[in-house]
Design a binder for this molecule. Structure first.
Ligand SMILES: O=C(O)C(=O)C[C@]1(C(=O)O)C=C[C@@H](O)C=C1
Length: 401
């Protein structure tokens, strides 16, 4: 039976409606949210639970719908997209795709001929490279803000979104953890990307002339040592490619940008220094999001991402994590975020007065597929401690850099 699971939500103990709409979904009324007791049998059979207006519309079949699995089908995706122009070729910037803005979100969606993948930033951003690693033939759609990346998928303007979630040097991108919870998209894949930063400047500039450097805060943090050595002023930009474009358009020789070699090519800048990140192994992990979850298999290594909250009490987190240890399931990531709808608990202790505790959401990635009984049992067990539990996605691990 080929069932398509439109959404996999599990709300334990507290019904979703108690969490507030923004914790459970994207501003739709509580009626759009379904809470159900985790039924392992149904879970096993991938019983379908559908809700939300968007999922009722027909999906236009698209070419190359499956994420590209590096090493499984073909490789060299990013190189193929670089084109044949000689380095330094100065393209007409007006011909580049314009980022989506909140207004632009009302324009018509894909014609169905290609997978359209939204990302935050301008052409030449690392997020675009991540989209092309996952879908080598996709049409990439730049967006101004992360929020617009989510909206572009929710409003059917694109098929998928690519979102940076953590970096091996800079750590987690907290804003994107919060957005994952606020929206109802599903994680359908991940991309690990080696990020090699370059210092870019106007053509003919020498590195010693640079007095200030523009880039995304993550990129500035990843190149901290080099920036300290240069003794330059750091200026934040929305994305690395946007920083390169700004340097190209303002034409100030003393201002450089940290961005990719591809951004140098697109915006006609010189590469003044290469591989300037503090750690040579500078890897950013991106998530691929879609309106519908994929049906997980067991044919290759899978990862499952969940978010939950716990009751207050000694050892509760220890018990929650033990559900994975007991089944030899490896955890690859744990992140805690303030539970914004419920930031503080007041606990009355008659001897010592009342105490306030912060309430947290725990995001966990574990290395098992939801198609495996051990993963289903672990979540059934976790439900005994969790006040709220949601599966964000079960998807193939990206094993090729
Ligand atoms: O600015 C870009 O090029 C991005 O794709 C964003 C981003 C990030 O958010 O971490 C992605 C990869 C690098 O770690 C630096 C910046």
């Amino acid at each position: 039976m080929a069932l398509k699971c439109a959404s996999l939500w599990v709300c334990a103990r507290n019904p979703c409606s108690n969490l507030g709409a923004s914790d459970c979904g994207s501003g739709n009324s509580g009626a759009a949210l379904i809470s159900f007791k985790l039924d392992l049998e149904k879970f096993r059979k991938w019983e379908c639970c559908r809700f939300g207006a968007l999922t009722q519309q027909a999906i236009t079949p698209v070419e190359d719908e499956k994420p590209h699995m590096p090493g499984v089908e073909s490789s060299g995706a990013i190189e193929r997209t670089r084109g044949n122009e000689p380095r330094g070729f100065h393209k007409d910037l007006n011909l580049l795709p314009k980022p989506l803005t909140a207004n632009g979100l009302s324009s018509s969606p894909s014609d169905g001929s290609k997978v359209r993948v939204a990302y935050q930033g301008l052409p030449g951003a690392y997020s675009e490279a991540a989209a092309l690693k996952a879908y080598p033939k996709c049409e990439t759609v730049p967006c101004d803000q992360f929020e617009e990346v989510f909206k572009a998928v929710e409003l059917w303007l694109v098929d998928k979104a690519v979102l940076p979630i953590e970096n091996s040097v800079g750590g987690s991108i907290h804003r994107n953890y919060d957005l994952l919870l606020r929206h109802r998209l599903h994680i359908v894949g991940e991309v690990q990307l080696q990020v090699n930063h370059c210092l870019l400047g106007l053509p003919g500039t020498r590195k010693e002339e640079i007095k200030s450097v523009l880039s995304h805060p993550m990129a500035l943090a990843q190149c901290d040592m080099m920036l300290c050595d240069l003794g330059v002023l750091r200026i934040s930009a929305y994305d690395t490619a946007g920083a390169a474009q700004m340097v190209a358009s303002t034409g100030v020789r003393e201002t450089g940008a940290i961005a990719s070699a591809k951004a140098a090519e697109i915006y006609g800048l010189d590469i003044l220094a290469e591989k300037i990140q503090d750690d040579n192994d500078n890897i950013t992990r991106f998530l691929i999001l879609a309106r519908e979850p994929i049906i997980p298999g067991t044919d290759r290594p899978y990862k499952t991402s969940i978010v939950f909250t716990l009751e207050e009490g000694p050892g509760v987190l220890f018990k929650a994590l033990s559900v994975f240890a007991l089944r030899s399931i490896n955890l690859s990531k744990i992140e805690s975020r303030p539970w914004k709808q419920h930031p503080l608990s007041v606990v009355d202790n008659s001897n010592e007065g009342s105490a306030k505790h912060f309430d947290y959401l725990f995001f966990i990635d574990f290395e098992a597929s939801m198609a495996e009984p051990r993963a289903q049992h672990a979540l059934g067990h976790l439900q005994e401690f969790a006040r709220f539990l949601r599966v964000l996605g079960s998807y193939p691990i990206d094993t090729v850099l």
